[in-house]
Design a protein around this ligand. Structure first.
Ligand code: FES
Length: 105
């Protein structure tokens, strides 16, 4: 089973099914996590900001400059953990990835 492990705002950790080809934002939204995604995945709103477990962070594709700019404008930015969920497409190599929702307020 392909899955991602999500730590929500109350620090509960939940494993959810993850279809290859969906972005992490789509997976979170489809599983009713609190992700506003107001730009619908364009990478500009920052409301899908995640902290990725450091063991997984280095395995992700590199951020482009637009993602980096959006993240740097976000609360709780971390150079070693922050990513936009809408910019990461899930595939089998990411099964088991552990992410934490970031409060964007
Ligand atoms: S959905 Fe807006 S930045 Fe990801």
């Amino acid at each position: 089973m392909n899955y991602i492990s999500v730590i929500d705002h109350e620090q509960n950790e939940v494993k959810v099914d993850a279809p290859p080809g969906d972005t992490l934002m789509e997976i979170l939204r489809d599983n009713l996590f609190d992700v506003a995604a107001t730009c619908s995945g364009a990478g500009t709103c920052g409301t899908c900001h995640l902290h990725v477990d450091e063991a997984w962070f280095g395995l992700l594709p590199q951020k482009d400059c637009y993602e980096e700019d959006t993240l740097r404008d976000s609360f709780h930015y971390s150079a070693t953990q922050s990513r936009l969920a809408c910019q990461i497409t899930f595939d089998e190599s990411l099964s088991g990835i552990r992410v934490s929702l970031v409060n964007s307020n």
